[in-house]
Design a protein around this ligand. Structure first.
Ligand code: 4NP
Length: 165
């Protein structure tokens, strides 16, 4: 694999793109940087809904991430059909996100790889979700961060095996 190989493109998707998927993006970016693979990846996140478009990550997500040494960034945007062609791995936080992405995939990019993110969490079953923390208390964000970290490590291992990195 040379430095001129095309980047591996990874997109994390939740509902609002202000809580779970920005945490997943930040954690995965952190893990990739730790592994010295920053140049090999393009990492982004998006939401199936548009209500929070243009907003920064939720301050509860930013605070939990900061406690764990992960900086969140970016502005919320809605996922669009072109994303199904523009990314190699598309990771849904829950079954509702997955259903919406699969409808988009059928219409625009039947070969896209769309999966539940927590299917890469070795401590979880194949249908496990990262629950929506928006209307709950702070421990929803802490628990979500832990799930995201485990799934992120599993996803990176999976990609490293597939791409011999
Ligand atoms: P996220 O959380 O999907 O993890 O970004 C949510 C953010 C906003 C809303 C729901 C979930 N909302 O209903 O506005």
């Amino acid at each position: 694999m040379t430095s001129t190989s095309p980047p591996i493109r990874v997109l994390f998707v939740c509902l609002g793109n202000i809580c779970r998927s920005p945490m997943a993006e930040g954690v995965f970016r952190h893990l990739v940087r730790e592994a010295g693979l920053e140049q090999r990846f393009r990492i982004d996140s998006a939401g199936t809904g548009a209500w929070h478009e243009g907003e920064p990550p939720d301050e509860r997500a930013t605070a939990v991430a900061a406690q764990r040494g992960v900086v969140l960034g970016g502005r919320a945007r809605q996922v669009e059909p072109a994303d199904l062609r523009a990314f190699d791995y598309i990771l849904a936080m829950d079954a509702d996100n997955l259903g919406r992405l699969e409808r988009m995939k059928r219409l625009s990019a039947p070969d896209a790889e769309v999966r539940l993110f927590r299917s890469f969490d070795p401590g979880a079953g194949p249908d496990a979700e990262v629950p929506d923390p928006y209307y709950g208390g702070p421990h929803g964000f802490e628990d979500g961060f832990d799930m995201i970290e485990r799934a992120g490590r599993g996803l990176l291992e999976h990609i490293r095996r597939e791409h011999r990195l």
